[in-house]
Design a protein around this ligand. Structure first.
Ligand SMILES: Cc1cc2nc3c(=O)[nH]c(=O)nc-3n(C[C@H](O)[C@H](O)[C@H](O)COP(=O)(O)OP(=O)(O)OC[C@H]3O[C@@H](n4cnc5c(N)ncnc54)[C@H](O)[C@@H]3O)c2cc1C
Length: 473
C-alpha cells in the first residue's frame, strides 16, 4: 500500500492507538477503528492523502480540533485526516480579514487578534477549533451583535473528493451555504478560511449566582432572566450555567457586554446592575477580554466529555425548572447545562443564506464531563436524558453539539425545512461517490452512498466484535 506523503499510522503500527484516540479531545472515545490516520501538514499533504484514499478505495473522515460531539472523525474502516497541524493564523489589519487554518483553536485566534483592533466570534471554549466550529455554524461570542460565526466567513480553500483544490465563496451558491452549516456532513476538506473581522470591542462582565436545587427556585431565576433578556441589547450575551456546588445545584448567570468603548459597555449592563435580585448569593463585576474568558474556562486534560443540545422557543422560566431533575443526577460536579439566549439581529441578510440558522431563541446544551473509568456509559447518556427532559419544548438541534451516535434521529432536525435537500444536492455535486462519510443518522436519501457508513458506536458502547479488516502493505 502506498502511503500519502504525510506520516500515517495503521492498525498494528506503533502509535496507532494514540492516533486513533487523538481524533477526539475526549479521554473516552467510541471503540471505532479507522483503517489509517494521517496528519497532513499542508494542503499538498491533504491532496496526497485524498489520492491515497482513492487509490485504496477508502472513505474519508476529517478532524480539526477534535471537539466534535458525534466523534465523526473516528469511523471504522475510514482514512482519517487529522488536520490539527494546519493551524496558521494570519491577520491583515489593513483589510480587516484573517486567514486561519482549520486546526487553529478559538484561543489561538483570539490571542492573535488581541491588540490589532479587530476581533472574531470564536467559540466559547478555547480549544474548540475553527474547522468544525465554522462548518457547524458557530455559536460564538457576541452572537447577538455579530451573528453566527459562519456569517463572517468570506471564503475557504477546500480539497474535493477527486483531490482537486478549489475556493468556495459567495459566488459558489449552495456550496457556500453548506460551508456555513453542514457541519460533519460537509463533503470536502477545508484547508483554510478567510474571515471578515469585527471591530475589537470593550468587554464588561457580570456573574450573578443563585442556589437553585428545586424547580421553584429555578423558575424564579428563569422569570428574572426572561425579564432581563427582554430589556438588554443584543450586544449583551446572556447565559445561565447550571452546575453542582457544595450545597446542590447552583445557577450562575453570566452577562457579557461587548461595547464600542468602556462607557458603552458599562451602559449596556446598567439595567442588570440596577436589578440584582436579593436572593442572589454572588454578584461579581469584571472587566475582561475574549482571550481572558477562554483562558479562564480551561479544563485539565484527561477528562471525558459528551454533549447534547436542543433549541427551544420557550422562555427561561419554562426551561429551567425542567432541568432540576437532570441536575440532581449529574454524573459529576464538572458536568453542566448551559442555557443561552440565541436570538440576534442582522445588519443585512447574507446573499446566500447559510445552512446554519438558530432554530430557537434559547439553546440548551448539556455537557457530561468526568474522569475516565467506571460508569462511562451512564455518564455519556446523561446529556441526552437532560435534553429529553425538555420534551415538547424542543424545536430543533444544533449539528455542532448533537450526540448523533446516541440519537441519530436528531440529524434531520438540525436544519430548517429545505436545508436537507440543499445539502443533498451539494453533496451529490461535490462528492458524487460519497467518499466523505456522512455523520450517523438518516441524512440524505438522494446523496451518493458508495461507502456504506459503518456502525457508529456511542461512547460507553462495548468494542465492536470483529475488528474491520486491517490494511496490509
Ligand atoms: C466542550 C465543548 C464546547 C463547545 N462550545 C461551542 C461553542 O461555544 N459554540 C459552538 O458553536 N459550538 C461549540 N461546541 C461544538 C463545536 O463547535 C463543534 O463540535 C465543532 O465541530 C468542533 O470543531 P472541532 O474542529 O474542534 O472538532 P472536530 O471533531 O475536529 O470536527 C467535527 C467534525 O467536523 C467536520 N470537520 C472538522 N474540520 C473539518 C475540515 N477542516 N474539513 C471538513 N470537515 C471538517 C468533520 O466531520 C469532523 O469530524 C462545543 C463542543 C464542546 C465539546
Amino acid at each position: 500500500m502506498n502511503p500519502p506523503t504525510a506520516p500515517w499510522v495503521r492498525p498494528g503500527d506503533a502509535g496507532y492507538e494514540d492516533a486513533r484516540r487523538r481524533l477526539s479531545v475526549s479521554a473516552v472515545v467510541p471503540p471505532d477503528r479507522p483503517a489509517a490516520v494521517v496528519r497532513p501538514r499542508d494542503t499538498e499533504g491533504v491532496v496526497a492523502a485524498v489520492h491515497a484514499a482513492r487509490a485504496h478505495d477508502l472513505p474519508l473522515t476529517v478532524r480539526s480540533g477534535g471537539h466534535g460531539t458525534a466523534f465523526t472523525a473516528l469511523r471504522s474502516g475510514a482514512l482519517a485526516l487529522d488536520l490539527s497541524g494546519l493551524d496558521h493564523v494570519r491577520v491583515d489589519p489593513a483589510a480587516g480579514t484573517a486567514d486561519v487554518g482549520p486546526g487553529a483553536t478559538s484561543l489561538a485566534v483570539a490571542e492573535a487578534l488581541a491588540g490589532t483592533g479587530w476581533s472574531f466570534p470564536v467559540g466559547h471554549k478555547g480549544d474548540v477549533a475553527l474547522g468544525g466550529f465554522l462548518l457547524a455554524g458557530g455559536n460564538g461570542w457576541n452572537q447577538g451583535d455579530w451573528g453566527s460565526a459562519c456569517e463572517s466567513v468570506l471564503s475557504a480553500e477546500v480539497v474535493l473528493a477527486d483531490g482537486s483544490v478549489t475556493r468556495i465563496d459567495a459566488a459558489s451558491g449552495d456550496a457556500f451555504a453548506a460551508l456555513r452549516g453542514a457541519g460533519p456532513a460537509f463533503p470536502a476538506v477545508v484547508t483554510g478560511y478567510r474571515l471578515r473581522l469585527h471591530r475589537e470591542p470593550v468587554l464588561r462582565a457580570r456573574t450573578v449566582g443563585f442556589r437553585a436545587d428545586t424547580s421553584p427556585a429555578l423558575a424564579e431565576v428563569g422569570a428574572w432572566l426572561d425579564a432581563l433578556a427582554a430589556r438588554v441589547r443584543p450586544e449583551v450575551e446572556l447565559t445561565v450555567v447550571l452546575g453542582t456546588g457544595a450545597s446542590g445545584t447552583e445557577a450562575v448567570v453570566r452577562a457579557t457586554a461587548f461595547g464600542r468603548d468602556a462607557a458603552h459597555a458599562d451602559d449596556l449592563l446598567a439595567t442588570l446592575d440596577d436589578d440584582v435580585p436579593e436572593r442572589a448569593t454572588t454578584y461579581v463585576r469584571t472587566t475582561t477580554t475574549i482571550p481572558a474568558l477562554l483562558r479562564g474556562d480551561t479544563a485539565p486534560p484527561g477528562l471525558a466529555t459528551v454533549a447534547q443540545q436542543a433549541w427551544t422557543r420557550a422562555g427561561y422560566a419554562d426551561v429551567l425548572p425542567l432541568l432540576a431533575g437532570p441536575m440532581a443526577s449529574a454524573p459529576s460536579s464538572r458536568s453542566t447545562v448551559l442555557v443561552s439566549s440565541a436570538s440576534y439581529r442582522r445588519s443585512a441578510p447574507p446573499a446566500t443564506e447559510p445552512l446554519h440558522r438558530p432554530l430557537g431563541t434559547l439553546t440548551v446544551a448539556a455537557y457530561a464531563v468526568w474522569e475516565a473509568g467506571d460508569g462511562d456509559g451512564s455518564a455519556a447518556a446523561w446529556p441526552t436524558a437532560t435534553t429529553e427532559a425538555l420534551a415538547g419544548l424542543v424545536t430543533g438541534h444544533y449539528v455542532g453539539e448533537a450526540d448523533l451516535r446516541r440519537t441519530p434521529g436528531r440529524l434531520v432536525r438540525c436544519w430548517a425545512p429545505g436545508g436537507l435537500a440543499r445539502l443533498a444536492a451539494v453533496r451529490s455535486r461535490l462528492d458524487p461517490e460519497g467518499r466523505f462519510l456522512p455523520p450517523p443518522g438518516d441524512l440524505l436519501p438522494s446523496a451518493a452512498t458508495r461507502f456504506r457508513p459503518p456502525a457508529a458506536h456511542p461512547v460507553g458502547a462495548a468494542a465492536p466484535g470483529p475488528v474491520p479488516e486491517e490494511l496490509t502493505a
